[in-house]
Ligand binder design. Structure first.
Ligand SMILES: [Fe+2]
Length: 387
């Protein structure tokens, strides 16, 4: 056995209607004055009104901050913190997708410890205890609800920073599949593909360990059972439950291991071309998997996952082919269609080599390796799938 150390998990509260447990989770976390960090789409979906009605009935004071930005940057977190300083806060609730949960975590760092988010790039750099945090995801993808990291971008370069601390981990994560029913179809597609990438990248990364591998595998099975209907736009309530469990278990796998070259190569595409995270990751994933297939342990894992697909009756093809078929079903615009020019590949590749997560890919990554991956992704044609 290789030496390893695992990290704690939030207490998970799951099931249809689990949002009703929010007041109890806040109380048990010690909160009396809550800042709910969310975004306008979640307000429009009615989730904030439902949550605040529950808090009112429970006698818990709250303030709503609904100005979260997609891919939050340092200045977004500073603005949220400025707002938080003006109200009484002893507990954060992140109600929304990854951006809302990461903004809540980032705001927690700045409110309790001061400075800017770049001060916390890395792990365990907070000197003062953070406030309790309750995570309520409304998407099934990021897994942020199960991670002690806030992913925040630098203002000018848009470089993603992973800012972690044991105190940033949620005390509770409420997994209510009724909340993810409001996702617009394209959000459901991109977050599902991101979650799938999390389950596959954590499974083969060099930081994997027995616990993260168990989470990766279980996440993969939940996701595999529901992703086709999610991409096709006909997911049932059961499918939404499966996707939410898969995304959260993938988050636990990340918390206990790391990601890989699909995320390392995707982040520069998001930073430079504004490509949505799940879109960028999905376009890179099969090429990274084919690249990693040369590494014996990664090949064994991919083959094992292919066997799982077959035994469960999901697909009779190798797992990489299955992922490519899913991308055909998602019909995402290709790198060329979103305006990526091959002449920038060397610059993108340099950026990719500086992504922390790329260091843990099963095959060591160089700039030349990333150029090859971008070239292969560029050459790939999105074709309607036979699925
Ligand atoms: Fe991701």
């Amino acid at each position: 056995m290789e030496p390893f150390t695992t990290r704690p998990s939030p207490r998970l509260v799951g099931g249809p209607g689990a949002l009703a447990e929010l007041p109890a989770c806040i109380r048990e976390s010690g909160g009396k004055n809550v800042l709910i960090v969310t975004d306008p789409g979640i307000v429009a979906a009615g989730h904030v009104a439902r949550a605040t009605a529950m808090l009112t009935e429970a006698g818990i004071d709250f303030t709503v901050y609904d100005d979260t930005s997609e891919n939050p940057e340092e200045s977004d977190i500073a603005a949220a913190c400025e707002f938080a300083r003006g109200v009484e806060v002893d507990c954060f609730v992140g109600l929304g997708g990854g951006s809302s949960m990461d903004t809540a975590k980032g705001c927690n760092f700045l409110l309790t410890n001061g400075g800017t988010m770049s001060d916390y790039k890395g792990y365990a750099l907070a000197r003062t205890p953070l406030l309790p945090f309750v995570a309520v995801p409304t998407t099934a993808g990021t897994g942020s609800e199960c991670q002690s990291y806030a992913v925040i971008s630098r203002d000018q370069s848009h470089e993603k920073m992973a800012c972690g601390d044991p105190g940033a981990l949620a005390t509770f994560a409420i997994l209510d599949p009724e909340l993810t029913a409001s996702m617009p179809h394209q959000v459901a597609v991109l977050t599902a593909l991101d979650a799938l990438a999390h389950s596959l990248e954590t499974a083969v990364c060099t930081r994997r360990n027995p616990l993260s591998s168990a989470f990766s595998r279980e996440a993969f099975l939940h996701i595999a059972s529901a992703i086709e209907s999610t991409l096709a736009g006909n997911a049932t309530g059961q499918d939404r439950s499966e996707m939410l469990l898969g995304a959260s278990f993938s988050g636990l796998a990340i918390e206990n291991s790391m990601l890989g070259a699909a995320h390392a190569s995707a982040n520069p595409l998001t930073a430079r071309f504004g490509l949505a995270h799940g879109h960028a990751v999905a376009l890179m994933l099969p090429h990274v998997m084919r690249y990693n297939y040369e590494e014996p342990a990664a090949r064994d894992t991919y083959d094992h996952y292919g066997g799982l697909l077959s035994r469960r009756g999901y697909a009779e093809v190798p797992v990489t082919q299955w992922v490519e078929d899913l991308l055909g079903l998602a019909a995402l615009p290709s790198l060329g269609e979103v305006g990526v020019d091959p002449r920038v590949f060397p610059e993108l590749a340099e950026d990719a080599t500086r992504q922390w997560t790329g260091q843990f890919n099963p095959r060591a990554m160089t700039a030349e390796g990333f150029v090859l991956l971008y070239q292969r992704a560029m050459d790939a044609v999105s074709a309607p799938s036979a699925l």
